[in-house]
Design a protein. Sequence first.
Lengths: 309, 405
Amino acid sequence: MIEVEQLRKSYGDLTAVDGVTFTARPGEIFGFLGPNGAGKTTTIGCISGLLTPTAGRVSVMGHDVVRDGRRARQALGVAPQEIALYEELSAIENLAFWGGAQGMRSPLLKERIRKVLEVTGLQDRANEPVKRFSGGMKRRLNFACAIVHAPKVLLLDEPTVGVDPQSRVRLLELVRSEAAGGNCVLYTTHYMEEAETLCDRLAIVDHGKIIASGTMPELRSLVAERDLLRLTGAFRPTAAITALEHIEGIEIIQADESVLMVSLPDGSRKLPAVFAALAAAGAEVRGTSLTQPSLESLFIKLTGKELRE
Amino acid sequence: MRFVWISALKDLAWLRRDPFSTLTWLAIPFCMGLLIHLVFSGGQATPQGRLLIADSDGTVASNVLSGQFTREPLSKMFVVENVTEEQGRARIGRGEASAFLLIPEGLQNDFLLNRPCHVQLFTNPGQTILPKIAVESLSMTVDAGFYLQHVATGPMRDLATTEGVSEEAVSRLAVETVRLGNSLRKYVDPPLIRLETVVVQEKKTNVGVAAFFFPSMIFLALLLMANGLAGEIWTERAAGTLRRLSTTPASLASFLTGRLLTVLLLYAAVSLAGVAVGRWLAGAQVANVATASAWAALSGITFYLALLLVALAASSRRAANVWGNIVVFPFALIGGCFFPFGAMPAWMRNIGKFTPNGWAMLQFQDVLAGSAKAPQLLAAAAGLAAVCALAFLLALRQLRRGFAA
C-alpha cells in the first residue's frame, strides 16, 4: 500500500511536484497519467527513496520512506524508466545482483530467479549477456529485476516505452498478474490506451499536480457524453470564439491561429452549425476530427493540451 | 556486509564477461616491459652479413686468412660462403653480400718466400658497418703476417724451398718461434707487478635500461588503470544502475567496498604480473616479489580512489575523462612514471619526489632493492591506507549527495 499526502518536491524555484495526495491499495493498479515533465517520475523518486521530499509524507506498507527508508525499500520493487541493467552480465547474473541487493539469499533467490525468468519468457536466454538482447527483452528483464524479490508494492515507471507490441502485451499481462496476486502497483505512463485498459484507478497529473483522479467510469463521467472536436486551419481566435459561443452546449478548450478544439454534446449533429459559424467568422478549416468521450478527451479538457505534447 | 561480496562478484563477473578490458589492463606492464626490453636491452642483436670467399690458393696460409671469419666473434657477424671468382664478382656486383674476399693462387709461397702478397676484398657500398668490420679484420691479419715475415724469414723460407715439409723443418721453425717469443717476452709481457685479485662479494651493477625503466613502467600502468577504472562509475550512472541501487535496501557503502575489492584484486594481479615481467624479462633486481607486488597494489588502489573522486566531481563522463587525463599525465611526467628520476633534471626530480606517485615509486624502488626497512614500510603502508580511507569516505559522500540519484 502506498500513501502519499501533500507531497511536494522543489528544486530551487522550480516545483516539480506540488501537493500530490493519493492512496494506492493492495491488489490495485493505480495509474499515474501525465505528459512528459508532469512530475510522474519525481513522484516515483520520492516514493522509492531516491529523492527526499521537500514537504509532505510518503509511506510504503506503513513505513515512512524518510524515517524508515530501509523497511520501505524492502517492500518495494522498482522498474525505472531507463533500462537499468548491467549489459555485460547475463540475465541470471543481473537477477542475482538485484535480488542480492534486496537481501535475498539462495536457495530462495535461485528459485525466484528461475520463476521470474519463466514468467518473463527469458529462460532460454538466461545465460546470455544482456547486451545481446532486443529492446523488448531488456524491458522484460528490467521488470523481472523489479519483482525478483516478490515485493508487495511495485513502482513501474513507463515500463513499456519503446517496446515491440508482443513484449508490451506480455508486460501488461505480468502487471495484471502482480495485481491479481494482491500486490499494489503504481503505474506511470503517457500511453492513454494503456492506462484505460490496465488501471483500476487513475490520477491525471500536470505541472506537478493531480488534476483529476478516480476509477475509469468516474473519470469518464467528467466528460459526460461530450465529443471532442478538433479543427485545424487558419483562424482568427477571437472571432472564432465569438462565433462558436452561440452554439448550444459548446465549450472552447483551445483556440489559436491554427488549431481550434471544442467539447460539445452530440457532436456529429452539430458539425454543420460549427462549420457555418466558422465560415461566417472568416475561418478556413482544413482538417477535422471528432472523437468519442475517452480518457484522452478528458485529459485534453482538463489540461487544454494533448498528452504527448 | 553480504552485499559487499555480491557487489564484488558482480564486478568480477563483469571483468570475466569483458575479458578484453581485463587483458588490456594485464597487458600494459607486459607490453611496456617487452617494448623496453626490445628497444634497449634485447635490441643488441649482432648484425649478420654474408661474406663470399673465393680461395684459389687452398693452402694453410689461405685457410688462416679466411678461417678468422668462421671463428667467433666474426662467425656471429658473417655467414661465410665459398664461391668461385666469377660467382663472387657477379654476386658482390648485385649487392648480395657484405664483402667478397678473393685469395689468389700462390699466396702461401709468396708469403713464405717474403715476396709481396696480394689479396683482394670487394665491399658492398650499400652497407656501412659489416664491410668495415671485414676490412679491419683482414687488415689486422695481414699486419700480423707482415711482422711474422720479418721475424721468421729464415725458417719460413726453408719451409718454402724444401721439397716436402720434413719433421726437422717443422721442429726448426717451432724452436725458432719459441726462441723469438722468449726474446720478445721481456718487452711485451713484463711481470713487474704481481696483482692478486680477491672477489669479496659479487655485486650486481647496472642490469640494463629495461630494468632502469621498470619501476616507472609499473607505476605508469597503475596510474592509467586507475584512470580507466575510476571512469567506469560514469558507465553505472549512465545505465541508471546506481539510481536503481538507491531504491533498494542495499547500501552504497557496501557497493563501493565491493568495487574496491575487485579493483584491489585486479591491481594485485597486474602488480604481480608487472613485477614478474620486471624480474624475469627485464632482469631487474627484485628483492621480494610479494612485498613489491603488495606495495604496488596498495599504491594502485590509492590512485584509483583519488581518481574516483575526480570522476565523481566531474559534470559529465567526458569531463571526467578530461579531468582524469589532466591529473594523470602531469603527475606521471613529474612523478617519474614516464622518465625515471635518474633521467630527470635535478629541479624536476626534487618536485617529483613529493608527488603521490613519485613518493610511492621511491618506496617501491626501495622494496625492489631490498633496502626498505620493515617499520618504515609499514608506516608508509599505514599512511596510504589512511589516505584510502579518507578518499573512500569522500567518494561515498559524493555518491550519496546526488551522483547516484
